[in-house]
Design a protein around this ligand. Structure first.
Ligand SMILES: [Zn+2]
Length: 109
């Protein structure tokens, strides 16, 4: 059994970072007039489609992180939601919000 609370600050930090990033993306999508600001970021971000993709990806990750925080509260963090086995701690270090163990993740693609 992993020490779930050890992962909580990391998850909360990531959640806060994603939330502010998504707010930023949202504003970028709304503001097409501010070319200068937009161009500054153009090397990283290639256009609205990419922005929207990031937004969708971010929303998905936010959902996973919130679910992971709930699992910490429920005392079931680090347990695979699919097969009920412990998720290896090494895997949680890499991806603390994951709900699946390595075997179930590869099984689900
Ligand atoms: Zn599993």
């Amino acid at each position: 059994m992993v020490d779930a609370n050890r992962f909580r600050p990391r998850l909360e930090e990531r959640l806060a970072a994603l939330t502010s990033k998504l707010t930023e993306i949202d504003e970028d999508l709304k503001e097409h007039g501010t070319e200068a600001d937009f161009e500054e970021r153009a090397t990283e971000i290639a256009g609205d489609e990419v922005l929207e993709g990031l937004g969708i990806q971010g929303q998905k990750e936010i959902g996973q992180i919130k679910a992971a925080l709930k699992r910490i509260d429920d005392g079931i963090f680090g347990i695979c939601v699919q097969c009920g086995e412990d998720i290896p701690e090494k895997r949680l270090e890499l991806l603390p919000q994951t709900p699946l163990c390595t075997a179930c993740m590869s099984a689900s693609g």
